[in-house]
Design a protein around this ligand. Structure first.
Ligand SMILES: [Cu+2]
Length: 180
């Protein structure tokens, strides 16, 4: 009995230490989220809005988010980037902006918006890899899009809501990578 109580006390001690540690970690994350250094927060917000509109088969909202994304690229403060980051960023951005523009111009053509979204998602992935996500994000992949070639998208939620097939095949895909 004595041994049992002893080990129970030890376990409780570790449990407490663990939760204190977890709470501290969470607090750190919150601070990091509020002050992202070079994180492209506005770009990501517009991209995620676009992704959610495509998941909901809403071409009009997707176009609006595409236009918002064009503005987010234009407003992104490049002065905080290092010279080498800036060089890579400018390359990716010129491609990504074009996709966002086409999505903005094609409210009535969701299949075409999705073609651009495929290429845009790769650019957004590269931007996140370059500058950091500033929050937890997931890289999802649909194995069926583009005649079985597959396509990725970035998501803020763990649930799969496929932006390439929308409601017709909402849960097709899987998380490939977690970014933080
Ligand atoms: Cu186009």
């Amino acid at each position: 009995m004595k041994t049992f109580l002893y080990s129970l006390t030890i376990s409780l001690f570790f449990l407490n230490a663990y939760s204190a540690n977890a709470a501290a970690k969470q607090a750190n994350n919150l601070t990091a989220d509020q002050t992202p250094k070079n994180s492209p927060a506005t770009i990501l917000d517009a991209y995620l809005k676009l992704k959610n509109a495509l998941s909901a088969d809403n071409g009009k909202n997707a176009a609006a988010a595409g236009n918002e994304l064009v503005k987010a690229f234009a407003g992104f403060d490049q002065s905080k980037l290092t010279p080498s980051q800036r060089k890579t960023y400018v390359d990716i951005e010129s491609d990504a902006k074009e996709h966002a523009e086409h999505i903005g111009l094609n409210a009535g053509n969701i299949p075409h918006q999705r073609e651009h979204f495929d290429m845009l998602s790769k650019d957004i992935y590269d931007i996140v890899k370059l500058l950091g996500p500033g929050r937890e994000l997931y890289v999802d992949r649909c194995p069926m899009y583009n005649k079985g070639k597959g396509a990725i998208w970035i998501s803020e939620v763990k649930d799969i809501k496929n932006p390439y097939f929308g409601k017709a095949m909402s849960t097709c895909g899987a998380i490939r990578e977690t970014l933080h």
